[in-house]
Design a protein around this ligand. Sequence first.
Ligand code: ZN
Length: 58
Amino acid sequence: MTTKKRDVTKRRSPSACRHTQQYETDWLGRTYLGCPICNRWTRMKAKPAPADGKRLAA
Ligand SMILES: [Zn+2]
């Protein structure tokens, strides 16, 4: 019997790499977390601090 052995590669998280992740905010006030070196950015959903008055989100 032959056993097929798959090469198991480590899963890379789509939003993570070896570089230092950093936050960026665009001109619309949306915050992204990602790597400027890989140029991969993930948009952050929740706003960090909703305790500064009420703002209506567009
Ligand atoms: Zn990177």
